[in-house]
Design a binder for this molecule. Sequence first.
Ligand code: H79
Length: 445
Amino acid sequence: MLPTRHSSRVRLAIMVLGAVCLCGAAKAQSAYQPSPENLTARREFQDMKFGMFIHWGVYSVLGDGEWVFHERHLSVDQYNRLPAFFDPQKFDAHTWVSLAKSAGMKYITITSRHHDGFAMFDSQVSDWNIVARTPYKKDPLKMLADECHRQGIKLFFYYSQLDWHNPDYYPRGSTNWPNGRPDHGDWNAYLNTYMNGQLTELLTHYGTIGGIWFDGMWDKPDADWQLEKTYALIHKLQPAALIIPNHHQTPKPGEDVQTFERDLPGQNTAGFNTKYVSAELPLEMSDTLNNSWGFNIGDSHYKSAAEVVRRLVRAAGNNSNLLMNIGPYPNGEIDPEFVSRLDAVGKWLSRYGDSIYGTRGGPIPPGDWGVTTQKADKVYVHVLHWGAPLLALSPVTGKVTAAESLNDGKKVDVTQSVNGLVIKLPPATSDETDRVIVLTVEKTS
Ligand code: H79
C-alpha cells in the first residue's frame, strides 16, 4: 500500500515508474534466450563429461606456474623479454589431441591468453602475441583447432579478462602490483577494441569452436565489464558456442555453463567458489593432474590414475563434468608423468565409460561411499570407498529388475524395500578404484 499522503497523480507516476523498473529488471534477466543450437550444445557438453585443460604460455619457459609474472613482481619490461625464449619446436597438435582422445577426454580447453595478456594465437589486435614476438612465429591454436576438427574433439578457448600487461586494463584490480604501467588507461578500449577484438578473432579464424572459458573477472568484481555486449557478440558469431565463466559468482544472463575451480559444485573447499549450484545449467569442475596449472618444474605431486578416475566419477555423480589440467613443457612436449596417468584413465574409461559418458547425476545422493549416475533405464552405483559386504542406499523410484557388476557382467543381489536398497557387493580388489553396479530400473507410473 502506498502512503496516503501522495496525491493520486503522484501515485500513478510511482506505479508507472515501478512497472517500468520491474519490466526493465525482468527484461535484463530474460533477455538471453539460448538458441536451439546452444541448448543442443549444452546437452552435448554434459554428455562429454571429461575434458583436458591445458595451461601453456610464455610463462612455461620459467617452469614456475602461470602466475610467475605476479609472483616475482616482474616489471612489464622484464616480462617482455620472455617471449624470445619460447620456441616450442616439439609441439605437435596430433600428439596432444591423440593424448586427450586416448585418455577418454572429449574436449580440450586451452589458454588462448592468460593473465599476462599474451595471446597464444595470431592476433591483429596487438603484437603481444606468439606470432609477432616469439622465434616460433606460428599459431599453435590454429594447428590445434584443425587437429581437433580432424579427430572429433571439441575445442574451447580459455580467455583471461584480467590483464597484467595492457595499460588499458585500468583501473587495475586486486592482483595489481607496480609493474611500470602508467596510472591511466582506457577501460572502454580495453573491453571493446582489445578483448572483444580478440574474441572476434577466436570465434572467426578457428572454425567451429566449443566456446569461451572466461577467467579473472574476480580481479575487479565491481567493474563494469559490459558482459551483455561481449556475450551477445560471442553468441552472434557462433550461436552454439558456450560461455563458461569462472567468476566464482551466481550465473548471469548469457552464460551457458557453471564452472567450479578445483571443487565439486557447491562444496567451496577452495574458499572462493560460490555455494550456489544452478539447477538449469550444465556444471563443470576444473582440477589439475599435479598441484599446478602452468608447467611447474618443482611440482611432482602427481595424482594417481585411480585418483583421477575417482574425481571423474565423483564429478559425474554430482551431475558435473571434469576438466583435468596439464601444463605442457615450453618446448611443446607433455611430461611423461602426465601421459602415463592419462593413458591409464583412458583404459579405465574404455571399460567403464558406459557408466560415465552421457549420464547425469543419479537418483541417490552422493556420500563418502560413492555416487550414482544414470542414463535411460540404468542407474550406475559407483562404490568408491566401502569396506563392508552390504551397502544400504536410499530408495529409488521404480522397480529394480536387474543388477550386475559392470566389471564382469555377474549378477548382483539387490533387495529393494520402501526403506531403500541393500546391495550385496562383490568383494573389492586390493587396488579398488570404483566398483560399478548397474541397476536396471523399470519406471512405474
Ligand atoms: O588459470 C588457473 C589459475 O591461474 C586461475 N584460474 C585457474 C583455472 C586462478 N587464478 N587465481 N586463482 C586461480 C585462485 C583464485 C584466487 C582468488 Fe583472489 C581468491 C580470487 C579471488 C579470491 C587472489 C585474491 C586473487 C584475487 C584476490
